[in-house]
Design a binder for this molecule. Structure first.
Ligand SMILES: [Zn+2]
Length: 125
């Protein structure tokens, strides 16, 4: 039955092509998930010196809504970012590296991190 053999061979070939596409797709997805590397000082200098990069350094302060403690830091921001986006850069940095909690409830230093009992009636017992 050569027709059956040919059909089987075509199905096997099609399966190999599909498996190859699947593996290629997973490889591409894995490549996109690689963590971003922090910029090296030379890269930051190049971005600042490049007149068309749009990046510039600025000092941003984040205040703790609990105790008023302030952290000032220098951040690299882009000219397309509005005030809120630039503050978001500093908030994200403090949350990722300094233990701050920065969310819709406010900005909280590690000492004032709101606990789940805040706002619960009788939660202070
Ligand atoms: Zn605080």
């Amino acid at each position: 039955m050569p027709a059956d053999l040919l059909a089987t061979a075509l199905w096997i070939a099609l399966a190999w092509v599909l498996l190859g596409l699947l593996a290629w797709s997973f490889g591409r997805a894995a490549g996109r998930r690689r963590p971003r590397q922090p910029l090296q000082p030379q890269g930051i200098s190049a971005l600042i010196r490049d007149p068309v990069s749009g990046y510039y350094p600025t000092q941003i302060g984040v205040y703790c809504d609990g105790c008023g403690f302030t952290v000032l830091g220098d951040y690299l921001v882009h000219e397309s970012q509005d005030r809120s986006a630039r503050l978001g850069v500093a908030r994200a940095h403090l949350a990722a590296t300094e233990g701050w909690t920065c969310d819709a409830s406010g900005d909280w230093c590690p000492s004032c991190h709101p606990t789940p009992s805040i706002g619960v009636v009788g939660g202070d017992r």
